[in-house]
Design a protein around this ligand. Structure first.
Ligand SMILES: [Zn+2]
Length: 255
């Protein structure tokens, strides 16, 4: 089974601390490789309570786009869960350097549980089981932040555009994404907040023309807007099918 499951769709502080949406990150199961992206607060609970349950000890890796709490809150417990409490050292952690050094969000005592840690750099490719992750460009966010374009034989390329301010090089950096996941926190552009808004997500979609785009990581203004109407409008204007993720959404890649 090849799927992407949204264990949370909350973005930024207030939606997360009030849990207006869950904040468990995104679980990928592709070609027998399972990996988890941005395990925010509640990830472990959401994974175990999924039906069918997702099994952290089956994970091959964890990808942390950046150290902010809404992305990293459960990173340590997910390392422990992936490695069966540390008794079964395995799995890869992909994370930016500033999530590992200085004021790190990954505890040092857990690191020996991992098979390896790879520090994310722009314009690099990483292997995870049968999958190849291309990390195209450093984002413009308060801390070191990276997304990926995931390639695997026989499956469409999947792009993940995590938190960033819009910048002109952003859309083309994610070329090759047939399925595009975009963290869209805001309704209107607020460059001072270093997050994408709907018009900016639309610009990325317009330039890349993926087969499908999925918006997620919603802030307060997005929850107050009628997101499904906004995505429908973007679909009309761009000719690309645009969906708004919901907590627990499973997106199948098998048909
Ligand atoms: Zn952030």
């Amino acid at each position: 089974m090849n799927f992407v499951k949204f264990l949370g769709t909350a973005g930024a502080r207030f939606v997360v601390i009030k849990q207006l949406r869950a904040s468990g990150g995104i679980w990928f199961s592709l070609k027998g490789t399972q990996f988890l992206v941005d395990p925010g607060p509640g990830c472990l609970v959401r994974a175990l309570k999924s039906r069918p349950a997702l099994q952290p000890e089956k994970l091959n890796g964890l990808f942390l786009s950046h150290k902010h709490l809404d992305h990293s809150g459960d990173i340590n417990i997910m390392v422990e869960a992936m490695t069966n409490g540390g008794f079964m050292p395995q799995g890869v952690l992909l994370a930016p350097e500033d999530a590992l050094e200085g004021d790190p969000v990954v505890f040092r005592y857990l690191r020996s549980f991992l098979q390896r840690i790879e520090v994310l750099k722009e314009n690099r490719e990483y292997r995870l089981g049968e999958l190849r992750l291309r990390v195209p460009i450093r984002h413009q966010h308060g801390v070191e932040t990276f997304g990926f374009v995931l390639q695997s034989d026989g499956l469409p390329g999947i792009g993940y555009v995590p938190d960033t301010r819009f910048f002109p090089e952003l859309p083309q950096a994610y070329s090759g994404s047939k399925i595009l996941i975009v963290n869209t926190v805001l309704v209107q552009p607020r460059p001072d907040l270093y997050h994408l808004s709907l018009p900016e997500a639309e610009e990325v979609i317009k330039q890349l023309r993926p087969e499908k785009a999925i918006l997620t990581h919603f802030g307060m203004t997005m929850l107050k807007a009628k997101i499904w109407e906004k995505t429908e409008e973007i679909s009309q204007r761009t000719g690309v099918q645009v969906l708004a993720a919901s907590d627990g959404l499973t997106f199948s890649l098998d048909n």
